[in-house]
Design a protein around this ligand. Sequence first.
Ligand SMILES: Cc1cc2nc3c(=O)[nH]c(=O)nc-3n(C[C@H](O)[C@H](O)[C@H](O)COP(=O)(O)OP(=O)(O)OC[C@H]3O[C@@H](n4cnc5c(N)ncnc54)[C@H](O)[C@@H]3O)c2cc1C
Length: 511
Amino acid sequence: MIGAGSAGCALASRLTERPDTSVLLIEAGPPDRKREIHIPAAFSKLFRSEVDWNFSTEPQEHLKGRKLYWPRGKMLGGSSSMNAMIYARGARADYDEWREMGNDGWGFDDLLPLFKAAENQERGASAEHGVGGPLNVADLRCVNPLTQAFLEACEAAGIAKNPDFNGSSQMGAGLYQVTQKHGARMSAADAYLKPALRRGNLTVWTQVHVARLLIEEGRASGVEFFMKKSPDLQQVRAAREVILCAGAIGSPQLLLLSGIGPQRELEALGIPVVADLEGVGGNLQDHLNIGQSYRCTKPVSLSNAESIPNVLKYILRKTGPLTSNVAEAGAFWKSCAELAECDLQLHFAPVHFVEHGLKNPPGHGFSLGAVLLMPRSVGRIYLRSADPREAPAIDPSYLSNEEDLAPLSEGLKLVWKLLESKAFDAYRGQEVFEKEDAASYIRAHAETLYHPVGTCKMGQDASSVVDAKLQVYGVPGLRVADASVMPKIVRGNTNAPTFMIAEKAARMILE
Ligand SMILES: Cc1cc2nc3c(=O)[nH]c(=O)nc-3n(C[C@H](O)[C@H](O)[C@H](O)COP(=O)(O)OP(=O)(O)OC[C@H]3O[C@@H](n4cnc5c(N)ncnc54)[C@H](O)[C@@H]3O)c2cc1C
């Protein structure tokens, strides 16, 4: 297996529950030893560090030619070791649509037992929630007063309270539940991998970069890799299957490097074609976020999180603002009342979050952003060269479909309205971005919400890469199991859906 991220850790753990299987899991990044990985409020300190792939997109034509920064985890746990820990599954309709696209066994009713099997819901079991699973799902231990102000603002704007975004309906405003245990992050490595390491049938290699897949006699038979400090390529072979879990960027990149992809593109780079699969790297979808940040006139925001009393609170009692996931609350909403499903999601942070927190003004602040949940714009990942050390080109083509702009503008107007409402009067200082026409504001300030998916699409049409059993078309012995197989992005954050994909893959493989 390649990639010890959300899907890789979960799948390796489930497969090795059976003593007659044996798994080698190969991860390019290091073990998850950095302290900031485990302290929830510190996650953005991992950006641009050695545990981040530190990707950038191609210049985005419809975002004033800007290249957007895309963080991705490069360590045990992958992106689940640097994400904002929000536990959200998406809407029932998302998965029913996957099934309607021809993917038998992928409707919501098929998948709910898998979401539940993955989960240990601290509120207890219910029709929608499971207990006893590896992934702890908790309520926040410390809610900032600014977050309470956001919830009041929503209520005053007619957005009803929703205590459970993963319950019967997504719609409404509320606090997010988080993948944490005892006030610390629970990554895929914590939930699934570490408990499984005691098993003799699981081997994990870290700081080993897979360069390409070995395809011998038409079958995936292993991988070629290099170690951090040595340029030499080495090989390792699999007895049964090779499983790609390198994420929505890494998985299509490795398929392309191995000659599995659009023939013309591969030939242009001198890569021998193993399978002409048009869809590899295509169907790239992401959630584009448009936000505003205000200076806060009271010293209550998370900028204080690292004060000595707060550090002591965290060390001694695992509570206080350092347990915050930053994006503490949010809402699911409709840009137009007639829609059957929500198409907007809000994330509120009781702190500045300007350009991923990398360009925060000094002092206290608070931020709110809106994402378009079902973008029509679709992009792609492609190779710049046949060199596995070079990052692939990432072109999400944000807003290339003009129909995305109107609903996102509605989201932005809702953000402005809520931040300017009475509930924030006691806190509101100067705005960070000057208000202007919604479209130009979006083009100037929109950023990723970190949810790229879809680049090894599951389906039956000519643009599909894997079938409903996640087997790569035309290459026996090879599967993909991670966020890249989603045929369509879901209405929500993508970590819980990725765990579900791994749970489903494990069952299919073991069967
Ligand atoms: C900053 C940030 C915040 C986010 N916040 C949330 C949130 O709050 N809630 C939520 O639900 N989702 C969130 N997400 C998204 C979520 O974390 C991802 O959708 C999910 O982790 C994807 O899982 P994956 O297994 O597909 O990929 P990843 O978890 O990214 O795993 C891929 C793994 O493969 C490894 N790899 C890649 N290429 C190679 C190679 N060539 N050789 C060896 N190893 C390789 C990588 O190092 C990585 O460990 C966030 C993501 C980020 C980056």
